[in-house]
Design a binder for this molecule. Structure first.
Ligand code: DOR
Ligand code: ZN
Length: 349
């Protein structure tokens, strides 16, 4: 297989940040994907429909300023807090621009301080989301400091996600950026109301990559990469074609200076070559049968959105990922900086 043409894909989990940082990254996603769910963990977070609409306008303005016109559509989501009102959920579910609400357990990751401290506080919100068909996107990690960082996803499933699933069986849930065999088993045991996104980096690195010859801050993200056996399970799930698994890059830009620091930020910037990374992952398995299903079909169908109209072609061809990209006040180090890719989209010629 040397050439792949698929329906233009979507990124079901993306961090764009805000002006002036967003301007440095938005085109990387827009040139490969038709739509993306835009994460709301800004500072301050995007908590209301009014804030989501204002953020959407800033994204559209950044897109309009690009040299080439882009048809990229940002899909907005709200950041849930202990104080999210049922009325806000009702309004969000009626908006054609808002496609979910995101649960960040407080303290779980970047800009999650305003997140949810106790699940029970969201009972009425989950009930309203279930009633109105608004998708719940979940950062699935337990936050108790006593929980080992490599066990956080597993413990979250046992202590929290199972309970949400049981209490709100009709609630549509996306278990974001899954990293473990346990998560895959959980997804498969649930019905079609629960799906999961899988990132390119969790398909391509295991936890050894964080410590290869020294500490590698550009391989640090949350959930943290796990053992090789988990990566193999993720590859198997992503390439299986099963409708509950789809692409979500979790591309998360942080400046070089905030990554290479005494307390470096979590996040891997994959957007520059996202589609190529997914192609590399499928190539490892040697089976592209479900490449389009994973990238362009399953997510749209879960979110109840039409398939995209266009297509994109990847060719087997070597190209080197830049060492660094421009970013305000610093630079941005892309995932696998300086390394060779074996796939190339037409756009990257
Ligand atoms: O590594 C991560 N970075 N994981 C997240 O959940 C958030 C993201 C970010 O916003 O930087
Ligand atoms: Zn994320």
């Amino acid at each position: 297989m040397n050439k792949l043409t698929i329906i233009t894909p979507d990124d079901w989990h993306l961090h764009l940040r805000d002006t002036p940082y967003m301007e440095a990254v938005v085109n990387h996603t827009a040139r490969q994907f038709a739509r993306a769910i835009i994460m709301p963990n800004l500072s301050p977070p995007v908590r209301t429909c009014a804030e989501a609409m204002a953020y959407r306008q800033r994204i559209l303005a950044a897109l309009a300023a690009l040299p080439a016109q882009s048809a990229f559509t940002p899909l907005m989501t709200l950041y849930l807090t202990d104080n999210t009102q049922v009325e806000e959920i009702r309004e969000a579910s009626q908006s054609e621009y808002i496609h979910g609400a995101k649960l960040y357990p407080a303290g779980a990751t970047t800009n999650s301080e305003a997140g949810v401290t106790e699940l029970a506080k969201l009972d009425r919100v989950f009930e309203a989301m279930q009633e109105h068909g608004l998708v719940l996107q979940v950062h699935g990690e337990a936050t108790a400091p006593t929980v080992d960082v490599f066990d956080r996803e597993k413990v979250f499933i046992e202590e929290s996600l199972s309970k949400i699933r049981k209490d709100f069986p009709q609630l549509k849930i996306v278990f974001e950026h899954i990293t473990t065999r346990e998560a895959i088993d959980f997804v498969r045991a649930c019905d079609a109301n629960l799906a999961a996104t899988i990132t390119p980096h969790h398909l391509l690195i295991n936890r050894n990559a964080i410590f290869e010859g020294g500490i590698r801050p550009h391989h640090y993200c949350l959930p943290i990469a796990k053992r090789e056996q988990h990566r193999q399970s993720l590859l198997e799930a992503a390439t299986s074609g099963e409708s509950q698994f789809f692409a979500g890059t979790d591309s998360a830009p942080h400046s070089r200076s905030s990554k290479e620091s005494g307390c470096g930020c979590a996040g891997i910037y994959s957007a520059f070559s996202a589609l190529e990374f997914y192609a590399e992952a499928f190539d490892q398995v040697g089976d592209f049968t479900h490449f389009e299903t994973f990238l362009s079909r399953n997510g749209a169908s879960f979110y109840g959105l039409p398939l995209n109209q266009g297509s994109i072609t990847l060719k087997r061809s070597e190209c080197i990922i830049p060492d660094s990209l421009p970013y305000p006040d610093s630079s941005l180090i892309p995932f696998r900086a300086g390394q060779t890719l074996h796939w190339k989209t037409a756009d990257n010629d």
